[in-house]
Design a protein around this ligand. Structure first.
Ligand SMILES: Nc1ncnc2c1ncn2[C@@H]1O[C@H](COP(=O)(O)OP(=O)(O)OP(=O)(O)O)[C@@H](O)[C@H]1O
Ligand SMILES: [Mg+2]
Length: 361
């Protein structure tokens, strides 16, 4: 069981200084537009991932016109207390502490406090480019397997080196072939590891997402998802060697797991071009619930679930089913935001949930 007991923030987005206590397993966060509901969920996400769900850069998280921030939180995890602190100093140095000890690498923290965010903008996962789907897969795998994140960090570093080498070769009209050989070997080693992990993972994710889609939409809508990678047909080392001339000409690496995608089709056509908004939302929820299920199975306890604005996105019937599933059939901690306190409370009462209410102004 993973349970966030309290959180306090200083200079975090719209919050100058604020703290919250959580007693119930389900917390409803209500308030008008711009009152800070999403930011509160993001602060919780921040404690779990050492970064924001919405912004790549910490500069966007620090309150405008201020420097530095602080987020503190206490988690109860399998009957043990964990005190987490993140500080960005005025000189922008970022520190992350767990139980009085500072992490040397933030990546060590990932996966210890698993959490799943479902937010409306996530439809980019379905409608956006392949990078979004790789990020989705990578975020889950990083939480399940600590090595994975390191493989990925290493892979990206080597990829950058290789691309710089290709550029330099074009500029100077001379190539250090043996250095390129070394980089190819290093890149394929990490690439093969990542490929194998992604392949295994999607073999679990896709059937689970199909099952959730079926239960939300009550039919399959002809949806098919497949993991697509150049490495399905050949080894990365081979691909790099076969395409070396082309890479030299284009000055970048055209083969590798940075080209992977999860292809989504509907009756044989690209899902994003064909699907209705409701179908997109349903698939998004299905993928996120599959993520939730896999994390839970892998960790042996239920991840924290952050549901942002889902009421805006689903009709009453589907909403009821979804809430019942995540609040009543699961035993994890859930945070849900909505602009209408009455709507939220009546939905939560309808499923018989015991919940705490935070009203923001
Ligand atoms: N770095 C920042 N510094 C100061 N204010 C910020 C910063 N980032 C965001 N904000 C502000 O925080 C406010 C609350 O945003 P948030 O997204 O949490 O609102 P919300 O309650 O989720 O609203 P909605 O119902 O529209 O989703 C916004 O007015 C936004 O401008
Ligand atoms: Mg919001």
């Amino acid at each position: 069981m993973l349970f966030l007991q309290n959180i306090s923030v200083v200079q975090f987005k719209n919050y100058e200084q604020q703290q919250w206590l959580f007693k119930q397993r389900i917390t409803a966060v209500c308030g008008p537009n711009g009152s800070g509901k999403t930011n509160l969920l993001d602060a919780i996400y921040y404690l779990c991932f050492t970064k924001s769900y919405f912004s790549r850069q910490d500069t966007q998280i620090v309150q405008q016109g201020k420097s530095g921030l602080r987020v503190d939180g206490n988690f109860l995890k399998e009957e043990k207390q964990h005190e987490l602190v993140c500080i960005i100093r005025e000189n922008n140095r970022k520190e992350f502490w767990a139980n009085g000890e500072e992490y040397k690498k933030f990546s060590e923290h990932i996966g210890k406090f698993p959490c799943v965010m479902i937010a409306p903008d996530d439809v980019g996962l379905i409608t956006g480019n392949s990078e979004e789907r790789r990020k989705f897969i990578d975020t889950i795998l990083s939480q399940c397997n600590t090595d994975y994140l390191n493989w990925l960090i290493d892979y990206n570093k080597i990829l950058q080196q290789r691309n710089s080498l290709l550029k330099a070769a074009a500029e100077h009209n001379r190539m250090d072939e043996s250095l390129l050989d070394t980089l190819d070997e290093q890149l394929s080693e990490k690439g093969q590891l990542i490929f194998t992990a992604r392949k295994q993972f999607t073999e679990e994710l896709i059937p689970a997402a199909n099952r959730y889609y079926q239960s939300i939409a009550e039919n399959e809508d002809g949806i098919e998802m497949i993991y697509d990678s150049q490495l399905l047909n050949d080894t990365l080392l081979n691909l790099l060697q076969v395409n070396r001339q082309r890479d030299l000409y284009l000055q970048r690496t055209g083969c590798g797991i940075h080209k992977d995608d999860m292809e989504i089709t509907m009756n044989g056509y690209a899902f994003k071009n064909l699907a209705s908004q409701g179908q997109r939302k349903s698939l998004l929820f299905a993928l996120k619930l599959a993520e939730f299920e896999i994390l839970k199975k892998q960790k042996g306890f239920t991840p924290v679930l952050l549901l942002d604005d889902v009421f805006e996105k689903l009709d009453a019937g589907r909403m009821h089913n979804l809430l019942h599933k995540v609040c009543m059939e699961e035993n994890g901690q859930v945070f849900i935001t909505d602009t209408h306190a009455e709507r939220m409370e009546s939905q939560l009462k309808a499923i018989g949930a015991d919940y705490g209410l935070i009203k923001l102004l």
